[in-house]
Design a protein around this ligand. Structure first.
Ligand code: ZN
Length: 206
């Protein structure tokens, strides 16, 4: 895919995420690895109205070389790429159900959601909770770094998920699977539930 096509793909996926209510207002950001570095959503932009020509273009050292300044959460993307060099894309949203789950006192911070479906186990796997930091605190980047080498998906407490993938589609599919599973978890809360068994989970991981 050439850069023009990659820019279009990013804006199309952003519009689709926004239209389906997976992130509101100017929240959420996307980045995509390109030959010369990265494309990233600009600061203050809405995923619903991205302009392919104004996307932030960063060189391999993370310096802005074209377009608008990148999202203030660009450090979340940077640590994921640094710790997971095979990643081709990173997506971060403030999706309602995942954020709701990230606020619950009952969740296991080492593995936030139970294995409700096979797709969740395959696309997301074990999801750690990253402790809360105020917006813009670079300590958040270091906290994410602590999990990123072992996990392509993390959930920021009282904030939202960050997911890396081999390409844009797999990152977006995984973050959607996470959001749907968070919704299912909230729907099933309080009901006697049969989650997948340890044996079934192991079979999927193999
Ligand atoms: Zn955020």
């Amino acid at each position: 895919m050439n850069e023009a096509k990659q820019r279009e793909a990013m804006c199309e996926i952003g519009a689709s995420i926004f239209a389906r209510g997976l992130t509101a207002g100017s929240s959420g950001n996307i980045s995509l690895r390109i030959e010369e570095g990265w494309l990233m959503t600009p600061t203050g932009s809405s995923l619903g109205r991205l302009d392919p020509a104004r996307l932030s273009k960063l060189d391999r050292d993370g310096r802005l070389v074209a377009g608008d300044p990148p999202t203030k959460e660009s450090f979340l993307h940077r640590v994921m790429y640094e710790e997971r060099p095979a990643s081709g894309a990173v997506v971060h949203v403030h999706s309602t159900h995942s954020v709701a789950v990230s606020c619950l006192a009952e969740i296991d911070p080492e593995d936030v959601l139970p294995p409700i479906t096979a797709y969740y186990v395959m696309r997301v796997g074990r999801l750690p909770l990253v402790p809360y930091f105020r917006p813009g605190d670079l300590a958040l980047a270091e906290a994410v770094r602590g999990f990123a080498d072992k996990h392509h998906a993390v959930l920021l407490a009282n904030h939202g998920p960050v997911v890396a993938g081999a390409d844009l589609d797999s990152a977006v599919n995984a973050i959607e699977e996470l959001e749907e599973t968070a919704k299912l978890y909230l729907l099933l809360r309080g009901a006697k539930t049969r989650y997948l068994t340890a044996v079934q989970v192991r079979e999927l991981r193999e």
